[in-house]
Design a protein around this ligand. Structure first.
Ligand SMILES: Cc1ncc(COP(=O)(O)O)c(C=O)c1O
Length: 406
C-alpha cells in the first residue's frame, strides 16, 4: 500500500489569494457597475520591451530552420546568457562571480522552493516575518519545520525574525542560531531595503556561525538608493556563505515568459563538499533547461537597447510607487516601502485588522490590496499595495483612498 508524503497534510493552506479572489468576485457580482482597481497581486502589467520581443522573434525564426534549430538546452543554461549575467549583474558591480557559478532556471519561485533539497533535514531555518510564503512552505513539504501552532500561526522548528516598524522592517540577528537563513531584499511584502553595512553584518554572522544565507534579490532592479546593495556578493565574505536568487519577472516583465537564475559560488562549502556541485547535480537530474527562445530573450535584457527600455519600464512602476507613497502619506496613512521596491506597506488605520481594512477598501474605494496578515503574524495590522498597475489606475485608486479620509 502506498503512502503519501504526509508533510503536505501539515500545510495550513494558503487562502490568501483565493480568499481575495472570492471576496472581489462576490463584490463585483453584487455591484456590476463599480470599477474595481486591483493593486493586490505582484504581477506586472506593462508589455515586454521591444528589444526583448525582437530577440524572441529572431530566436523563433532560428527554431524554424534545421541549421539553427535548438533542442534541449544545456541544463545549467546557455553560455551566452550566463556570461551576460556574470558581466552585467556581477563584474560590473565588482562581484567576483563567474559564469559557471550561475544556474539558469525558469524563475525564482522554483529555485527558492527547490534549493532546500541540497540541505540535510536537520537544518534549522530562519525566516523574516512577514515573508514570501514559498520559503516556509517548501521546508514544510520536506519535513523540516516541526509542528504548526494555529494560534500563533508559527512552526515549532522555524526561527521567526519579526520585521516591524520598530526595527525599520529589517530583521535582527536571531537569538537562536539557524543553519539556513532566508533573506529577501528589497523585500516582498514590506518593500523595505537594507544597506550594504546591514547586509555585511548578516554575512559576517553567517560566516561566524556556519550558516548559509539564501538571498532572494528578485526586486534588485527597483533599488534607487546608493547604499543599498544589488547583490549579496557586494559584501565581503559572501561567496563563502551565500546563495543568491534572481528573477527576470520584475525587472523585465517575464512573469509569463519564465526565467531566473541562482548563483552558487564554488567557494561555498560544507566540509569538503561544494554546494555548487550538489546544485549542479540536482539541476542536471531534475531540470532540462530553460527554453532557447526565452534565454535569448533574457540575453536581450542586457543589450544596450534592452537596458534603456527596461530602465524606463522600472521607472514607470516606480512613478506609481511614488504616487501611492506620497498620496497615502498626505492622506495621513503611515506608509513605508516604495523607494527601493514596487511595494508600499501601510499601517491599517483606526486599529483595523488587515482583513477589515481589505473589506473597507473594497467596499468604499473599490480598490483591492493584500492583507499583511497573509504573509505572517507580524503582518497583521498592515496592508500591501503594489505599483505594478497602470499609472492611470494607480492615480485613480490613490485619489479614491484619499477621498475616503476627508
Ligand atoms: C520575493 C520573491 N521571490 C520570488 C518570486 C518569484 O519570482 P519568479 O516569477 O521568478 O518565479 C517572487 C514573486 O512574486 C517574489 O516576490
Amino acid at each position: 500500500m502506498f503512502k503519501i508524503n504526509d508533510n503536505y497534510l501539515k500545510l495550513p493552506g494558503s487562502y490568501l489569494f483565493s480568499t481575495i479572489g472570492r471576496k472581489v468576485s462576490a463584490y463585483s457580482a453584487a455591484h456590476p457597475d463599480k470599477k474595481i482597481i486591483r493593486l493586490g497581486i505582484g504581477d506586472v502589467t506593462q508589455p515586454l520591451a521591444p528589444a526583448i520581443i525582437e530577440a524572441m522573434h529572431s530566436a523563433v525564426d532560428e527554431m524554424g530552420h534545421a541549421e539553427t534549430f535548438h533542442g534541449y538546452a544545456p541544463d545549467l543554461g546557455y553560455a551566452f546568457l550566463r556570461e551576460a549575467i556574470a558581466e552585467n549583474d556581477y563584474k560590473a558591480r565588482g562581484c567576483g562571480i563567474s559564469a559557471d557559478e550561475i544556474f539558469i532556471s525558469d524563475g525564482a519561485k522554483c529555485d527558492s522552493g527547490n534549493i532546500q533539497e541540497i540541505f540535510s533535514l536537520d537544518n534549522k531555518i530562519a525566516v523574516c516575518d512577514p515573508v514570501y510564503p514559498v520559503y516556509v512552505d517548501s521546508n514544510v513539504m520536506a519535513g523540516r519545520t516541526g509542528t504548526y501552532d494555529k494560534a500563533t500561526e508559527t512552526w515549532s522548528d522555524v526561527i521567526y525574525m519579526p520585521c516591524t516598524a520598530e526595527n525599520g522592517f529589517a530583521p535582527q540577528l536571531p537569538k537562536e542560531t539557524p543553519d539556513l537563513i532566508y533573506l529577501c531584499f528589497p523585500n516582498n511584502p514590506t518593500g523595505a531595503a537594507i544597506t550594504r553595512v546591514q547586509l555585511q553584518e548578516w554575512v559576517d554572522y553567517a560566516n561566524k556561525v556556519g550558516a548559509v544565507i539564501i538571498y532572494d534579490a528578485a526586486y534588485e532592479a527597483y533599488i534607487s538608493e546608493e547604499d543599498v546593495p544589488h547583490s549579496i556578493y557586494e559584501c565581503e565574505g559572501a561567496a563563502a556563505c551565500a546563495i543568491e536568487l534572481r528573477s527576470f519577472s520584475k525587472n523585465a516583465g517575464f512573469t509569463g515568459v519564465r526565467l531566473g537564475f541562482t548563483v552558487v559560488p564554488k567557494e561555498l562549502k560544507c566540509g569538503g563538499v561544494a554546494l555548487h556541485d550538489l546544485w549542479a547535480r540536482r539541476h542536471g537530474t531534475k531540470y532540462n533547461g530553460a527554453p532557447y527562445i526565452v534565454q535569448r530573450a533574457g540575453e536581450a535584457v542586457y543589450s544596450e537597447a534592452g537596458k534603456a527600455q527596461l530602465k524606463e519600464q522600472v521607472a514607470y512602476y516606480m512613478k506609481n510607487a511614488g504616487y501611492i507613497y506620497h498620496g497615502l502619506k498626505e492622506a495621513g496613512f503611515t506608509v513605508s516601502g516604495g523607494v527601493n521596491a514596487p511595494y508600499i506597506w501601510l499601517k491599517t488605520p483606526s486599529g483595523m485588522t488587515s482583513w477589515e481594512f481589505f473589506d473597507y477598501l473594497l467596499e468604499n474605494a473599490n480598490v483591492v490590496g493584500t492583507p499583511g496578515s497573509g504573509f505572517g503574524p507580524s503582518g497583521e495590522g498592515y496592508f500591501r499595495l503594489t505599483a505594478f498597475g497602470s499609472y492611470e489606475n494607480t492615480v485613480e485608486a490613490v485619489d479614491r483612498i484619499k477621498a475616503l479620509n476627508r
